[in-house]
Write a new protein. Structure first.
Length: 435
């Protein structure tokens, strides 16, 4: 058997009775029953003699702590949702001197920069640094090089002075037409290409700078366009005079055709129209200055060399230009989807002007009023309209098909007349022999 454990209290015997609980526990109630322990009645509670906040100190009769000092800002809150107040008679250093430059506006006295509306326009900001922060151009040269590249004119605005052309066909046409070039960028594949070798040498002899660069540099110059390994910086496109273009067209053929673009804003459409017009034998093109795209690098690239062979006149007022063409004997045809007369049933037997509008808006009302005839291209599908360049190509093809058929009829009539004359001559000769 195990021996009994010794008692913790050596003065207490094992057989003695347990100690009675004091009366402070109120009849033997346990000290902790889930709440706070109850203090003894004969002892003060903890903290009863501790002075409360802003009370007088016990036993001294002195005023409340810091009660003799005035509150900050005379009882007003330091920040009430508005601007912080400043003491006008106190300098920043606190030495009693008057505040320097007190007439200057303080922080946040002016209107906040952004209050939920539009922010301040960036044009109001001025930055120092000279040509590096001039306005950039989006036509002509790439915007990445309009801010100060020495190769492109020390950051000058080249929108009206230079033009960037790129692509094999566009640059080849410019070289063949002997267009003045300031600089030509080529990669190693194009530099020694037999098709470009002689042309590049001629451009170099005429004063152009030939730079052999890598593809990365060409991508930077053309802003990532499809340059095909060659780009050139040329003088800005020289627009032709309208009167001179009309005289040249009338001298070139009996029934010349001129294209007039009304509100074409997409450079790809304008370039495609130029390429189609030159391929089908048109004698010129008229574009307005306002609300329309001009001849840009993209237009020259899409035109694929047509700009070097097709004259383009840029006029201030397209309606006035159409009136001038009327005075010279041209008949004005406007392409309109709502026109009742189809283009394939129209006879183009005189000098012709085809006016084409944008794909969305079409011809303007004033231009429609200036047209002699409105024609349409019949559509069989559900698409309501055609692309401007596609519609121009279809109309031009129909015009030249009509003229070709007329020429065939005239040639046939002339042949028949000549055959009849020959037969009559043979009859007369036979009658003379018989006589």
């Amino acid at each position: 058997m195990s021996s009994p454990k010794p008692s913790r209290n050596p003065n207490r015997s094992s057989g003695s009775e347990p100690r009675k609980q004091s009366e402070g526990y109120q009849g033997g109630k346990p000290r902790y029953d889930g709440g706070k322990p109850r203090p003894r009645a004969d002892k003060p509670r903890y903290g009863d003699d501790k002075p409360r906040y802003k009370d007088a100190k016990p036993g001294d009769g002195k005023p409340i702590y810091r009660d003799d000092k005035p509150r900050r800002s005379d009882g007003k809150p330091r920040y009430d949702g508005g601007k912080p107040r400043y003491k006008e008679d106190k300098s920043r250093s606190g030495d009693g001197r008057p505040r320097t430059k007190d007439e200057r506006p303080r922080y946040s006295d002016s209107k906040p920069r952004y209050e939920g509306g539009k922010s301040r326009p960036q044009g109001e900001r001025s930055r120092e640094g000279g040509d590096s922060f001039r306005s950039r151009t989006t036509s002509g040269l790439s915007s990445k090089f309009s801010g100060g590249d020495p190769a492109l004119g020390e950051g000058d605005d080249v929108q009206d002075e230079t033009d960037l052309i790129y692509g094999r066909h566009a640059v080849e046409a410019a070289l063949q037409a002997q267009r003045p070039l300031n600089r030509v960028w080529v990669n190693d594949r194009i530099r020694y290409d037999p098709r470009f070798l002689s042309l590049i040498d001629e451009a170099k002899a005429s004063g152009a700078v030939i730079d052999e660069v890598d593809t990365k540099r060409l991508n930077q110059i053309t802003a990532g366009a499809n340059h095909q390994g060659i780009a050139a910086q040329a003088a800005a496109h020289a627009y032709h005079d309208l009167d001179e273009m009309i005289e040249t067209a009338l001298e070139a053929t009996k029934i010349p055709v001129i294209i007039a673009a009304d509100g074409i804003t997409d450079p790809h459409n304008l370039g495609a129209i130029l390429r189609t017009a030159e391929a089908l034998g048109a004698q010129g093109m008229v574009i307005p200055q306002r609300r329309a795209v001009g001849v840009t690098a993209t237009v020259a690239k899409v035109a694929a060399g047509a700009l070097e062979r097709l004259p383009v006149a840029r006029v201030v007022n397209l309606r006035r230009a159409l009136e001038t063409l009327k005075e010279k004997g041209f008949w004005i045809y406007g392409l309109a989807s709502a026109a009742s007369q189809p283009v394939h049933r129209t006879t183009f037997d005189r000098p012709t002007v085809i006016v084409v509008g944008a794909e969305g808006s079409g011809l303007s009302l004033t231009v429609q009023q200036s047209c002699d005839t409105l024609v349409s291209i019949p559509l069989r599908g559900t698409v309501p309209s055609l692309n401007a360049s596609v519609a121009t190509g279809m109309a031009l093809y129909e015009i030249y098909r009509n003229q070709w058929m007329m020429q065939q009829q005239i040639s046939s009539l002339q042949n028949q007349k000549q055959n009849s004359i020959n037969k009559q001559g043979q009859l007369f000769s036979q009658d003379g022999i018989e006589a």
